[in-house]
Design a protein around this ligand. Structure first.
Ligand SMILES: *Cc1c(COP(=O)(O)O)cnc(C)c1O
Length: 232
């Protein structure tokens, strides 16, 4: 039996330990429970145990679960197709996976229609893997500048990254560090729609390393809910 409450307790302890080893002083590390493939019952158990924010990577799953999950903040963390933005624009508090101006413009358009500002993170692809989503390191600043210029209903709140899955989480450390350096470089930039406060990196296998390198959102599924029984 998976004991969600017990898993969360252990993860929080690991988070605190990693924070104490970090050179950064993260006041807060937000534990985002990644609930893809999980039932509303499982998600509600996590909320009951103290989870305030959940992450889903598919629009369809958000819509299916929406009516059955207790009040919580929803985050979109997966690749988002432009034609699906309209379904979640009034449901999520943050979109972690913005990697093109076209997508940002559609989010902007739908946010405006909904009379809101949408918080987004820019997904950076450090490894330059062709199979993965995300904007390359070299194009990140230009993308952010364009969003700030053209998308008044979008607020750029930081960066997100997904390093390639490796056996040894240490292998991801260099990439986390590189994204943290990019994140720091934006701290000096001032713009009405720029609020660089979130660095979303680290999953079940590598979150302590990510926190040591400065992450302040970790996206954790397996370590909370157990192994997923079907792939997504
Ligand atoms: C599935 C997923 C996670 C969580 O992965 P685990 O290894 O189960 O912790 C984090 N981020 C994204 C974008 C995901 O799709």
């Amino acid at each position: 039996m998976i004991d969600i409450k017990d898993n969360l307790k252990k993860i929080q302890e690991t988070i605190e330990l990693a924070k104490s080893r970090s050179k950064e002083s993260q006041d807060k590390v937000l534990l985002l429970a990644v609930s893809k493939t999980r039932t509303a019952e499982e998600i509600n158990a996590a909320i009951e145990a103290g989870i305030t924010d959940i992450g889903e990577n598919k629009v369809q799953e958000i819509l299916e679960k929406w009516d059955h999950v207790s009040p919580v903040r929803w985050h979109m963390i997966g690749h988002l197709q432009r034609n699906k933005v309209k379904y979640i624009i009034d449901k999520v508090c943050m979109i972690h996976s913005v990697d093109s101006l076209k997508l940002a413009k559609e989010i902007d358009r739908r946010a405006k229609q909904n009379d809101r500002i949408m918080d987004v993170l820019i997904q950076v692809n450090v490894a330059q893997e062709e199979s993965k989503f995300g904007v390359s390191v070299g194009k990140t600043e230009a993308l952010i500048d364009e969003i700030l210029k053209l998308c008044p209903n979008v607020r750029v709140c930081g960066l997100m990254t997904i390093p390639p899955l490796t056996q040894d989480p240490e292998e991801a450390r260099g990439q986390f560090r590189q994204v943290k350096e990019m994140y720091d470089a934006f701290q000096n930039k001032r713009h009405e729609h720029l609020a660089f406060t979130w660095l979303s990196m680290g999953m079940s296998n590598d979150f302590p390393v990510a926190i040591e390198e400065g992450a302040n959102i970790v996206r954790i599924g397996t370590a909370i809910f157990g192994a997923r029984t079907y792939p997504t």
